[in-house]
Design a protein around this ligand. Structure first.
Ligand SMILES: C[S@@+](CC[C@H](N)C(=O)[O-])C[C@H]1O[C@@H](n2cnc3c(N)ncnc32)[C@H](O)[C@@H]1O
Length: 291
C-alpha cells in the first residue's frame, strides 16, 4: 500500500499495475487474517468517547472490511463509506446486504482531493485506514475534517505498521534472513510511506492526539494465513521481485511453488506478525471548534 496518489488503485507491493480484483483479494485476505486489529482499534475509539456515534464515516473504505466491523460495533449508527472507486463501493453495498445492515449504509463516491464531500455531513467518528496517505494535500484534508467533525467527534487515522511477516528467521531454503531482506527492500523502495500523523493532526487543530501500535501476532496462524502469504509473495514477485538478487528470487520461486517441501502452501511453521498504527484525535477539549 505504497502509493503516490496518482495511481493508488493499481499500486500495492509492486509499484506495478495490479488488477483491482487482485487488490481486492489482498485487502480481503489481509482483513480475514490480520483483522483482530479492527476490534482493538474500535475498542480504543469507544473508550475515547462518552456516547454512541450517530454517524460513522469510513474514508477510503476499500472493499469494506472495516466498514462491516464498524457497522457491527456501532449498531445504531449510520455508516458512510467514502471512496473514489465505484468497484469497491459495489462490494461494500453487497456486503452490507449480505449482513443485513443496508438500511444503515450510505456510500459516497468522491475524490478526497476535491475537498470534503458535502454528502458526508457532520460525522461523529471518522475512520481513515491506509487512506490519508493517498491525499494530495493531507493538511488540507485534515483541516476540512477538523471543521466538519462533530464537536465531540473522534478521528481515527490508521496505517499499516510495516509489511506482514510470515516466516521464521531461517526459512529453510537458501540463505537465512529472506524475509528481513524483503522487508529491507520494501522499506528502501518506499513501501507504505506515511508520515507520523501526530504533527499534521495537531497542526490541523486537533487536540488529545494519541498514537498506538496495535500488534497482530497470534500464537497460532489464523485460518487463511497460508493463502495470504502466497498472495502477498506472489504479488511481490510480480513487482519488486525483479529487483531481488537471483538467489532470493530463487527462494521466492520455491516458496511459491506447489511441489517444494518448504513451500508456503505446505509449511506448518508460518507465524503471522502484522500491525497497525492508530492515531486518535479529537477537537480540542475547549469545545466549540466550529467558529
Ligand atoms: C489502501 S486502500 C485502504 C482500504 C481500507 N480502508 C483498508 O484499510 O483496507 C486505500 C483506499 O482509499 C481509496 N482512495 C485513495 N485515494 C482516494 C481519493 N483521492 N479519494 C477517495 N478515495 C481514495 C482507494 O480507492 C482505496 O479503497
Amino acid at each position: 500500500m505504497n502509493e503516490g496518489h496518482h495511481n493508488h488503485h493499481s499500486q500495492h507491493v509492486s509499484g506495478e499495475s495490479t488488477p483491482m480484483t487482485a487488490l481486492a483479494r489482498i485487502f480481503d485476505l489481509d482483513a480475514a487474517v490480520t483483522g483482530a486489529y479492527l476490534d482493538d482499534a474500535i475498542d480504543l475509539i469507544r473508550a475515547a468517547r462518552s456516547h454512541e456515534p450517530a454517524v460513522v464515516v469510513d474514508l477510503g473504505a476499500g472493499t469494506g472490511s472495516a466498514t462491516t466491523r464498524l457497522a457491527a460495533r456501532f449498531p445504531s449508527a449510520t455508516i458512510v463509506a467514502v471512496d473514489n472507486s465505484p468497484t469497491f463501493a459495489d462490494q461494500v453495498v453487497r456486503r452490507a446486504a449480505t449482513d443485513g445492515w443496508s438500511s444503515r449504509l450510505t456510500t459516497v463516491a468522491a475524490d478526497l482531493d476535491d475537498g470534503w464531500p458535502v454528502a458526508v455531513g457532520t460525522p461523529d467518528v471518522v475512520w481513515a485506514s491506509s487512506s490519508m496517505h493517498h491525499a494530495a494535500d493531507p493538511a488540507r484534508l485534515l483541516r476540512e475534517m477538523y471543521a466538519r467533525l462533530a464537536d465531540d467527534g473522534t478521528l481515527a487515522v490508521l496505517e499499516i505498521e510495516g509489511p506482514p511477516r510470515f516466516l521464521p528467521a531461517d526459512q529453510g531454503i537458501g540463505t537465512p534472513g529472506f524475509e528481513d531482506r524483503i522487508v529491507d527492500l520494501l522499506t528502501r523502495s518506499g513501501w507504505n510511506t506515511h508520515p507520523d500523523w501526530t504533527v499534521p493532526l495537531t497542526e490541523a487543530g486537533f487536540g488529545r492526539v494519541t498514537r498506538t501500535s496495535i500488534r497482530v501476532e497470534p500464537a497460532t496462524a489464523p485460518p487463511g494465513t497460508a493463502e495470504y502469504a502466497v498472495e502477498w509473495y506472489a504479488h511481490l514477485r510480480d513487482g519488486i521481485g525483479r529487483e531481488l538478487p537471483g538467489t532470493d528470487r530463487a527462494i521466492l520461486d520455491q516458496l511459491l511453488s506447489h511441489d517444494h517441501p518448504q513451500s508456503l502452501h505446505a509449511r506448518p511453521d508460518l507465524r503471522l506478525r502484522a500491525g497497525r498504527l492508530l492515531w486518535l484525535a479529537q477537537p480540542n477539549a475547549e469545545g466549540a471548534h466550529h467558529v
